[in-house]
Design a protein around this ligand. Structure first.
Ligand code: F6R
Length: 260
């Protein structure tokens, strides 16, 4: 696992560089998309490169991590709509090439199975963007999630609903209780995991993710088992890392050609 500690703007540039180099090598790259605040600067950077340098998503495929269950199709916080607003529409990404689990399906287990098949049919995810919850979730795999789990329905913790209430007029009761989420086993099949975390409120989760024992109590720790996982954190999110100096030294002495 590589840990990079830098200001948020630099982290976004690094993540965008990794995505750009995939797209330039293979325009039909498959990207894994996260919602929430963490990837927003990356999406801004991708939009800038699309505008200014012609970075094209015309042939790329996108798969979202998760979706709320039951939010109306036109609800602005429905994750499919958030992804459209924050990234797809800004980079002229054809709508039918970006998909998420269907939180409005009559048969939710069938929708989850169909989503797993769609990812597999696309050849799997090349690079998966991730954020981390204050309770250590990735996607919406809350504490206690099976480390081998697949796309399924989950119940959000009270903590996650409180954390996300800011998107729902600060009213926790408006945050859905249920979601569909890629499982930890699904996420682990992506070829490169890139997690972004900023702010002191993420420091404990980041410490556990990087330095804690692998445990379903901190679901993100499963990333320690991934052969190519990158953790991009600012000083505040890195503030509880025991080996922060070592991570800084390692990154400072990394050859330029290496990339993430
Ligand atoms: C969202 C997702 C979640 C968020 C996490 C952090 O698609 O998968 O795991 O990444 O809840 O949210 P933010 O980035 O808003 O702090």
């Amino acid at each position: 696992m590589e840990v990079v500690i830098a200001p948020a703007e630099e982290l976004a540039v690094l993540a965008a560089d990794a995505i750009e180099s995939l797209l330039r090598r293979d325009p039909a790259t498959v990207l894994g998309l996260a919602t929430g605040s963490s990837p927003l600067k990356v999406y801004d950077e991708l939009a800038r490169r699309h505008e200014e340098a012609g970075l094209s998503f015309a042939r790329a495929r996108g798969f979202m991590l998760d979706e709320y269950v039951g939010l109306p199709a036109d609800h602005p916080e429905r994750y499919r709509n958030v992804i459209e607003t924050e990234v797809a529409s800004r980079v002229a990404w054809p709508s039918d090439q970006v998909q998420g689990p269907d939180g409005l399906a009559d048969d939710l287990p069938a929708a989850c199975a169909a989503y797993e098949r769609a990812i597999a049919d696309a050849g799997g995810v090349d690079l998966q963007l991730l954020g981390i919850g204050t309770d250590g979730h990735i996607a919406f795999n809350e504490p206690g999630s099976s480390l081998a789990s697949r796309t399924r329905i989950k119940t959000l913790t009270r903590q996650t609903r409180l954390d996300n209430a800011r998107f729902f007029g600060d009213d926790v009761e408006q945050v859905p209780q249920h979601c569909l989420t890629q499982g930890l086993g699904t996420i682990m099949e992506a070829r490169h995991l890139v997690l972004l975390a900023t702010g002191r409120h993420k420091a404990e989760a980041v410490h556990q993710l990087v330095e804690g024992p692998v445990s379903a109590m901190w679901p993100a720790t499963v990333m320690q088992m991934h052969p190519h996982a990158t953790v991009l954190v600012d000083d505040a999110a890195a503030s509880r890392l025991q080996l922060a100096d070592y991570y800084r030294q390692t990154y400072d002495s990394k050859p330029d050609w290496q990339g993430l």
